[in-house]
Design a protein around this ligand. Sequence first.
Ligand code: PLP
Length: 420
Amino acid sequence: MKDETKCLHSGYTPENGGPRVMPIVQSTTYRFESSAQMAALFDMPTAPMYSRFANPTVDAVEQKIADLEGGVGAMCTSSGMAAVMLSVLNLCSAGDSFISTGTVYGGSVNLFSVTLKKYGIECIFVDCDADEDTIRRAVKPNTRLIFGETIANPALTVLDIERFARVAHENNIPLIVDNTFATPVLCKPFEFGADIVIHSTSKYMDGHALQCGGVIVDSGRFDWTCGKFPEFTEPDESYHGIVYTKDFGSMAYIIKARMQLMRDMGCYPSANSAFLLNLGLETLSLRMERYCENGRKVAEYLQNSPKIEAVRYAGLPGDKYYALAQKYLPKGTCGVISVDVKGGRAPAGKFIDSLKLASCEVHVADIRTCVLHPASTTHRQLTDAQLIAAGVNPGMVRISVGLENIDDILSDIEQALAQI
Ligand code: PLP
């Protein structure tokens, strides 16, 4: 099936006379005929047994996303941050380190540099444009993975997935890619060598700002028996001695994430949230096309405005990441644009306050156009010098172009720019 069809049909097939629309299974628990049947599930988790880590409605959405990304399995989480955290914790313990590009989402930077550090896990940041030798030099004997974002939020850099995958694989470690802004409709990182993909499903996948969620998808291709990951090849005492690579083969990573981490940490989404996410997924392919079209038109308009210093949008010829975008995102580079308003902080604020159709929100990738001033909100704790180092200018405005008619979006921007 092609993506448009997968968006509608993957994950759930009604039985004869069954509900056409994927039902919400609002039960935390499931009944079994015998304790032997239930015991068998503890060996091979083929069906849900408790909704803290598996549920039929969530399972259908997991299968749909795994199918869209081309993975062997997926696990949903109650937020994108939970997906980021579990994807790393599934490989790192106290005393380990990992590498991340510097321009990942601010929440991930904070998790990596502050919170995980308190638990003894070190993150080494490298420039997302670093050459192979520079990335290679950051790898240490205790490095367990490399992490990056396909299109970074809000810097809008494009990750050279193949370059990072090469260095990861020559060191027998996996590459994890946060594919939130691209979605599998615009880029499938597994095709370029990524091993694990994660998403904040709160963004384009949902699209309607109805639920917070995340997902981890396993390509099933990384060789966990390479000698670096004994927790995959030796018995897990917390799971009655199961050996993930032996018992679950290519699904070792995603089953370990569910049966060890999700079981213990419980940040699983509700069936109701998964149902809402599925509604968004059904139109994902169609929506991504329009986000890209509207985003490109707004980027082109802003590029010609005398009130705008710089436009960051990898779909614009002349953008620093245009060539990488042509390779990894040939269908488009989503609807998110970052602009530096001339004059810095004050005019940027005035521009946002003057918008009438677009609203000011701590959100991105919605069907409705929304804007944010990172320097005074998500990146508020940073000084102006730190902001610039993080690729966030004090006058930067992040515009998430929605699905309204393009003429209405442009005239709103035009009147707001006229106020500064
Ligand atoms: N990854 C990216 C690229 C994001 O943009 C976000 C949130 O904006 C997250 C992860 C975290 O997702 P959530 O807000 O669903 O926890």
